[in-house]
Design a protein around this ligand. Structure first.
Ligand code: F6P
Length: 547
């Protein structure tokens, strides 16, 4: 990938000038001038996802300059490099091939000299065979009972993606109950183990490295719990109840899980991009293999869209550029994600890792500190709940917050009147944010008070940007497409902003310190080896802890 600092491009300089010209133009005025902008700022992805980005503070010229920025930063060749398996994860010397995981053609794709496609397809077959036996009740527990509960033990990418998909597609679930344990906080695993029976529970330990403290500690705890509850300390019996997904086969076997129970994770798949692999076993067990294939197909179709379409018609590229525009010209700090879908409650949490672990970087690809913004803070929660909590600030606060509103046009349930009302709120919010209030709205309220004074407090200025993302229907295909859309948006931003999106060195120091501090917390003497604040907190915990 080329190392072009975006701020040195012609496009960036022109965007700076252009920003001065249009920064004070109200969204309302953009519409007054070009009422048809809703047509040019609307894209249809295979009748599965519709995107309206007309309620943004930009015009055609902004978009053209942003497309020029893509050209000057060689986005096209970076896209090709990723899809071809080039080692674009430079600091870890790895290919980035999550796109290959959803590619079911036989066209070879190489990481180094290795054609990864046969490996992916073989593993997919294993996933199918295994999940079919569990779902159909052919796989038995140690007392010959059918499996009823699945406990996924993993954290970060080994948890957030699968959990989000399982929850989002609740309406497609079969009889198996899926639980997720991630936190090292004992109350997490306790609350799950309290609900399950060892005779009918299957644990899936998911860890790329098999080195992550939280996952290993929880997995060991689950194993001990299993031995204690069954009163059988037998490794053969354990094999009926413990499965693993890992790249580290040796460590997984020494944990006690036999080779035939281990599904493969590869170094060319990043944790936060891995739900398409065996990391998604909990998804397959919950929805069945065919639905998992639809999820993969949805993502594959978005991959094809991203790979082939010119930037003007490329949805991930457009959304990435809009985000760069706000972050680096309007100086915004955050982006909000509002799924108007209760089942998508975990979507913002999933995106937090995907976006912030990928692009939360301040060193460019040449090893120099950047002088531009690389990553927004991602936050959000399902509508309409947010409307009664923090939307006040979106409408009248001092901070500009670009938002993505997501809704399914047809619900999975039959409470159509609920859905009509939900949709009305979704549309109302994007309209209120963009256009603000008008005098009619003000007149109908508090008409017998001092109108001019109240006017100041009641009026909403609008001019708050949002994208409306409408799924025709929330199903495995459209969800797969939506996730892939955001994955590619992240990639585009990393390329243009000249950072490495696929490593995560920033998380390592905390892990190291925690293991050092663990030794101090559990030793009998007080510590003086850190800064005074840290020493004091460690010693306070030791002194006050009830044993
Ligand atoms: O610490 C961050 C991280 O490495 C994430 O990138 C990853 O998804 C998570 O930990 C879990 O890692 P593993 O799958 O190796 O247990």
């Amino acid at each position: 990938m080329k190392n072009i600092n975006p701020i040195n491009t012609d496009a960036w300089k022109k965007l700076q000038q252009h920003f001065i010209e249009i920064k004070n133009i109200h969204i309302k005025n953009f519409f007054d001038k070009f009422p048809n902008r809703y047509k040019t700022m609307f894209r249809n992805f295979q009748d599965a996802i519709f995107i309206d980005f007309s309620k943004n503070r930009l015009n055609e010229e902004t978009l053209n300059l942003l497309f020029q920025l893509c050209e000057e930063t060689h986005l096209r060749s970076a896209i090709n490099a990723m899809f071809e398996g080039k080692k674009i994860n430079v600091t870890e010397n790895r290919s980035v091939l999550h796109t290959a995981l959803r590619n079911r053609t036989i066209h070879p794709i190489f990481s180094g000299n290795l054609n990864v496609m046969p490996l992916i397809h073989d593993e997919l077959n294993r996933i199918k065979n295994f999940s079919d036996t569990v779902i159909q009740g052919i796989w038995k527990g140690y007392t010959e009972k059918n499996i009823t509960d699945i406990v996924n033990i993993g954290i970060g990418g080994s948890d957030l993606g699968p959990k989000m998909v399982v929850e989002s597609l609740k309406d497609y679930q079969n009889h198996l109950k899926i639980h997720f344990v991630s936190n090292i906080d004992g109350s997490h695993i306790k609350s799950v183990l309290d609900q399950v029976n060892p005779e009918t529970t299957l644990f899936i330990v998911v860890s790329k490295t098999f080195n992550t403290e939280e996952t290993l500690f929880n997995a060991h705890y689950a194993k001990e719990w299993f031995f204690k509850r069954t009163k059988l300390k037998n490794i053969k019996i354990l094999a009926k109840h413990f499965i693993a997904v890992s790249e580290n086969i040796t460590k997984t076997i020494s944990f006690g899980i036999p080779r035939e129970n281990i599904f493969q994770f590869w170094d060319w798949v990043g944790g936060r991009y891995s739900l398409w692999s065996a990391v998604g076993l909990s998804i397959v067990l919950s929805l069945g293999f065919d639905n998992f294939l639809s999820l993969l197909d949805g993502a594959y179709n978005m991959d094809q869209h991203f790979f082939h379409n010119e930037f003007y018609n490329n949805i991930p590229v457009i959304l990435a550029l809009i985000s760069i525009w706000y972050m680096n010209f309007f100086n915004t700090e955050t982006e909000a994600i509002f799924p108007y879908d209760q089942n998508m409650i975990n979507f913002p949490f999933y995106l937090q890792q995907a976006v912030m672990e990928s692009n939360g970087k301040s060193i460019n690809r040449l090893g120099k500190r950047v002088q531009w913004k690389t990553c927004p803070v991602i936050w959000g929660s399902p509508g309409t709940n947010g409307q009664h909590a923090f939307y006040q600030m979106l409408h009248q606060g001092t901070t500009l917050i670009p938002c993505d509103f997501i809704i399914s046009i047809t619900p999975n349930h039959t409470l159509l009147e609920h859905h009509n009302r939900l949709t009305a709120h979704f549309i109302a919010q994007t309209r209120a944010l963009a256009f603000g209030s008008n005098d009619n709205f003000l007149k109908c309220k508090y008409h017998n008070q001092d109108k001019d004074f109240l006017h100041i407090f009641q009026s909403l200025q609008g001019n708050h940007p949002s994208n409306s993302i409408l799924l025709n229907h929330l199903n495995p295909f459209s969800l797969g497409s939506l996730i892939a859309l955001y994955e590619h948006k992240i990639f585009v931003q990393g390329v243009i902003l000249n950072i490495f999106s696929f490593d995560q060195w920033g998380v390592e120091l905390g892990k190291q310190l925690a293991s050092e501090i663990y030794a101090d917390i559990t030793s009998s003497c007080s510590t003086i080896k850190y800064d005074t604040s840290t020493n004091n907190i460690i010693n306070l915990c030791k002194k006050r802890k009830k044993n």
